[in-house]
Design a protein around this ligand. Structure first.
Ligand SMILES: [Ca+2]
Length: 333
């Protein structure tokens, strides 16, 4: 609900409410004054400028509708075809070839194989084609101040958006666009991820995750590296259960056992792997029945980008398809 619609009314309301008692300040959005006070105190930014910015933001019902829509829990057999399309693989191969030198340089610097950087921007935004049409400020105001179920998380993101130095964003805060959840750029970074992981790799003094490929690639690679990516380490590998294999309860994708323990429980690797490799097990509903997968440290790192194990599996398989195709394309030249 917006009580006050314009600045003259705002001033009037401040005066009236001041006379009547609290609240002393009239707000365009609930909790705005407190938020502005915190950001101004912590960053030294001008409270009037922050208020002006927030006064211009709109609560969007469409954003509340989008986040409230129950997420379809698709099984792997229906999830995989959405991301592993021939178009997305083909575009990824072409993209890798076009930017190979830069990708390999950044991949080497951060210890992350380039095909995983390409796969992330492929899954997130179809290689930068769909970075989102919502105003980031509207999205985070709406979810941070008007959506109690996730207010804690999104208020923190809104606060960070307002706190980030101007040169950490692709443009003025009020002009930025992104997903309905306020994620920005080719890699769909939330403001706290920009703060913690984004990189100015082309050294132009600005972190631009919308227009600078060096910044985009290095930020994704740095995100992986900072979450513990093991250069050259395994991601996921098929497992074959024997007749006596028992179902294994897995809390999340964090590796919990050495591979040989899972083998002892009846799951055989289909490729040669180190018996001591820390692993977990995912059971997915494939097109021909259950699929069993050993997953490793790097798989878990991908789930730090998006919690879904299906997401991590799709990224891994897209990355492998892109790498194989880029090598073939490279050999054919
Ligand atoms: Ca830059």
């Amino acid at each position: 609900m917006r009580l006050i619609h314009s600045r003259p009314f705002r001033l009037l309301a401040v005066l009236c409410l001041g006379v009547l008692g609290s609240p002393v300040f009239a707000e365009t959005h609930p909790g705005q004054e407190q938020l502005v006070r915190e950001v101004a105190k912590e960053t030294g930014k001008n409270p009037q400028a922050l208020n002006a910015l927030l006064d211009g933001a709109k609560m969007q019902q469409g954003i509340l509708d989008a986040i409230s829509r129950p997420a379809e829990a698709k099984p792997w057999k229906d999830y995989r075809p959405i991301f592993l399309t021939s178009q997305r693989i083909g575009d990824g191969i072409a993209f890798y070839r076009e930017h190979r030198a830069l990708l390999e340089q950044i991949g080497k610097q951060y210890g992350v194989a380039p095909q995983y950087i390409v796969a992330i921007v492929g899954v997130e935004t179809s290689y930068g084609r769909n970075t989102g049409k919502y105003k980031v400020l509207d999205a985070l105001v709406t979810l941070g101040l008007y959506y109690p179920p996730r207010a804690k998380f999104f208020r923190e993101q809104l606060k960070e958006l307002l706190s980030l130095p101007d040169n950490h964003l692709a443009g003025p805060v009020g002009t930025l666009t992104g997903s309905y959840a306020g994620a920005q750029g080719w890699g769909q970074f939330m403001p706290t991820s920009i703060r913690d992981f984004a990189v100015d790799a082309d050294h132009d003094g600005r972190i631009d995750l919308q227009n600078s490929l060096p910044d985009i690639f290095a930020s994704v690679a740095n995100y992986f590296a900072k979450h513990g990516w093991v250069d050259g380490g395994p991601v996921a590998s098929r497992a074959q259960p024997d007749a006596a294999a028992q179902p294994i309860a897995v809390k999340d994708a964090a590796p919990q056992w050495p591979l040989e323990q899972l083998e002892a429980w009846g799951y055989a690797p289909l490729q040669r792997l180190s018996p001591g490799e820390p692993a977990s097990l995912q059971t997915l509903e494939g097109p021909n029945g259950p699929e069993y997968w050993f997953t490793f440290r790097n798989f878990y790192v991908i789930t730090r980008y998006n919690r879904s194990p299906l997401y991590a599996m799709a990224v891994d398989q897209l990355a492998q398809a892109i790498a194989a195709g880029a090598d073939r394309a490279g050999a054919a030249r």
